[in-house]
Design a protein around this ligand. Structure first.
Ligand code: 5RP
Length: 229
């Protein structure tokens, strides 16, 4: 295991401590969430913890089923006590870029229903300004991709279609949509403003900008320790 993987492991494991018996959980997506899911499954087995989890992706749903974590749908759940999810970047105000794994839409739906959103990261994800180390994913209805690409260029962003180089000619999210990964020259100076602007474009389903949704940040370190902010 390398340093980043050890740091992710430490963050994911620490987040298991936020779960209490009887809770409805949001189950995030990605490699930092994986050790959380492993630890949660261990607590379910060892302590008889009764929880149910709303998965934010088909991948997470499959892992949860394999680990024996009970799942719930949004038809069965009105609110979520705690969600544990990763991030691609997070700044000092806890604004985030998410969607590196393509699950941004379901992650944002679940985050909006969540009382306590716990974000688990390795130290490289913590940045001064969003958009400096990671491109901003924007989920787009396939029909609208050419229009949105042009509009984003006019807004000064540099979009590229995720998976364009693959034989299928484009990545598809769990919702059947495309993703435009956007380089933002100079980074994102106004995350809330850009989030609003992107959401106003017909054809854009959601952007990977998450503003005002995270409550707790857990940063794992390669030595196995972690810090909670
Ligand atoms: C998926 C996400 C993930 O939370 C994000 O990409 C972080 O992933 P990882 O923990 O594997 O670094 O937003 O859509």
């Amino acid at each position: 295991m390398d340093d980043i993987a050890r740091a992710k492991q430490a963050a994911g494991r620490r987040a298991v401590g936020f779960v209490e018996d009887g809770m409805t959980l949001g189950l995030g997506t990605g490699s930092t969430v994986r050790p959380f899911l492993d630890g949660l499954a261990e607590r379910i087995r060892a302590e008889g913890l009764v929880v149910r989890g709303v998965p934010t992706s088909e991948a997470t749903a499959a892992i949860a089923r394999e680990l024996g974590i009970p799942l719930a749908t949004l038809a069965e759940v009105e609110s979520i006590d705690v969600t544990v999810d990763g991030a691609d970047e997070i700044d000092g105000q806890f604004a985030m870029i998410k969607g590196g794994g393509g699950a941004l839409l379901r992650e944002k739906v679940v985050a909006r229903l969540t009382a306590r959103e716990v974000v688990v990261v390795d130290p490289a994800k913590v940045v001064e300004r969003l958009g400096t180390t990671f491109r901003l994913p924007v989920e787009v209805v396939p029909f609208a991709v050419p229009v949105i690409e042009r509009t984003l260029r006019h807004l000064g962003l540099e979009p590229s279609l995720r998976g364009a180089e693959t034989p299928a000619g484009g990545y598809r999210t769990d919702n059947g949509n495309a993703i435009l990964d956007c380089h933002v020259p100079g980074g994102i100076s106004d995350p809330a403003g850009l989030e609003r602007e992107l959401a106003s474009l017909p054809g854009v389903v959601e952007s990977g900008l998450f503003v005002g949704l995270a409550h707790v940040l857990v940063i794992g370190r390669p030595d196995g320790t972690s810090e909670v902010r």
